[in-house]
Design a protein around this ligand. Structure first.
Ligand SMILES: Cc1cc2nc3c(=O)[nH]c(=O)nc-3n(C[C@H](O)[C@H](O)[C@H](O)COP(=O)(O)OP(=O)(O)OC[C@H]3O[C@@H](n4cnc5c(N)ncnc54)[C@H](O)[C@@H]3O)c2cc1C
Length: 393
């Protein structure tokens, strides 16, 4: 078994969210990849240039070629700010800016972006803050909402909340993709006096006037823009002819086998499965993968079917959090998670325990998930003990 990755630095990406608020130091989210691999797994630190399914080989940028019998692609997604005209203009964009302390447009989906944004948040003394999602899908679609909630709390604690006008700008018709969750999260934005600019299909950024401009002509001025740039699959996926328009790999959504080639399986954000791109999803997928992979090698049908299960902790600020649990077919429900009737996590409602759960998850991630230890949480979504909010009223 050989793992190929462009670098040895494994990032706990959920930690990026806390860096701009000074809650996590950047070093806390980074560890050696090699050190987490089991004995007997070969690690090659190199960038993949192309996959050649016909010859069953992977070409590395440094010229080496690796043959394979089976290929598992888990190359994730990447933010591509250059896709939005004007966004990376050096007058506003933090990266490559000649005067970084005057930059006004940032992302927090990269470690560098989160660190630069921390400094900008500290400098910010008031004005218009836009928290913006460029286009769906993005990984962790709740993260920008969490950023808006935490920013509200951050400015409140700095006693300048009254000087900051926060607007959440999204291409969706509400706060989130799923109608039930969208209503709950939209209500929380309202409670925190965060404006919502929905159906905002961004056309460009005007760096001169500092405006975010939509195709329908709306222009939102900003003093600080926190954007989630367009997310795409990796370039090697596109160059290998394995991806769709956005570079995501079409797969059978239950078996995760690539449509283009039986010898390729895809895990995590790199595929086009119609559920959230999230670490929790990658984790649940892997439980199915182990059994399916053995069946595939034996030439048998893949029988362990993935249901699209996603589980997202949403930081809502003020020491609370909310938990969403859904799959391909079922909207987020109220009730408790992970054990029916027992919980202890409350679904679709704010609680202190959900916030503590999100914080505790960091240690579970490093100590249990990454080394591959079993986590006693059901892989498939269960609806036992759960109800749609309409049924509860
Ligand atoms: C701010 C933020 C907050 C988040 N919060 C949560 C959360 O609370 N809960 C949750 O479940 N998820 C969360 N996520 C999402 C989660 O981090 C991702 O869904 C998860 O990391 C996806 O795993 P992956 O293995 O598919 O891709 P990744 O973890 O992105 O890994 C992809 C790997 O592929 C490598 N790679 C890419 N291209 C090449 C190449 N050409 N050659 C060699 N190697 C390559 C990269 O170096 C990388 O190591 C968050 C993400 C962000 C950005």
């Amino acid at each position: 078994m050989t793992v190929v990755d462009a670098n040895d630095r494994h990032h706990y990406q959920p930690g990026y969210l806390f860096i701009p608020f000074g809650r996590y130091a950047p070093e806390r989210v980074e560890k050696s990849r090699r050190a987490h691999l089991a004995d007997g797994v070969r690690f090659i630190e190199a960038e993949i240039g192309r996959v050649n399914p016909a010859e069953r080989s992977v070409e590395l940028i440094d010229g080496r070629s690796l043959g394979y019998d089976w290929l598992i692609i888990a190359s994730g997604t990447r933010p591509v700010p250059e896709q939005t005209p004007g966004l990376t203009d050096p007058r506003i964009w933090y990266a490559g800016s000649p005067a970084p302390d005057q930059a006004s447009a940032f992302d927090f989906y990269t470690l560098d972006g989160a660190v630069a944004l921390r400094d900008a948040m500290d400098r910010f003394e008031g004005g218009r803050l836009l928290v913006h999602v460029s286009e769906m899908p993005i990984k962790c679609p709740v993260a920008p909402l969490e950023f808006a909630f935490l920013a509200e709390d951050f400015f409140r604690k700095r006693r300048i909340r009254h000087k900051v006008d926060i607007t959440y700008v999204t291409p969706l018709d509400g706060a989130f993709t799923k109608p039930v969750a969208s209503k709950a999260l939209g209500g929380l934005l309202d409670d925190r006096s965060v404006r919502l600019a929905a159906d905002f299909a961004v056309e460009r950024v005007d760096p001169e006037r500092k405006h975010l401009v939509a195709y329908d002509g709306r222009a939102l001025p900003f003093d600080l823009l926190v954007t989630v740039p367009i997310n795409m699959g990796q370039q090697f996926v596109i160059d290998s002819g394995l991806g769709d328009d956005m570079g995501f790999i079409p797969v059978d959504k239950q078996t995760l086998r690539a449509e283009a080639d039986d010898r390729i399986l895809v895990i995590g954000d790199a595929s086009n499965v119609p559920t959230s791109k999230a670490g929790s999803v990658a984790h649940f997928q892997v439980d199915h993968f182990a059994e399916n992979f053995q069946s595939a090698v034996r030439g048998e049908p893949l029988r362990s079917l993935f249901d699209g299960h996603a589980n997202c902790f949403v930081e809502t600020g003020r020491g609370k959090g909310l938990l969403l649990d859904f799959n391909y077919e079922t909207e987020p429900l109220t009730g408790v998670f992970p054990y029916p009737g027992v919980g202890p996590m409350k679904l679709l409602g704010e609680s202190r325990l959900n916030h503590l759960g999100k914080l505790a998850f960091e240690q579970i991630y490093w100590r249990m998930l990454l080394p591959g230890r079993h986590l006693p949480v059901p892989t498939l979504m269960s609806i036992r003990g759960k109800r749609l909010p309409a049924e509860t009223s």
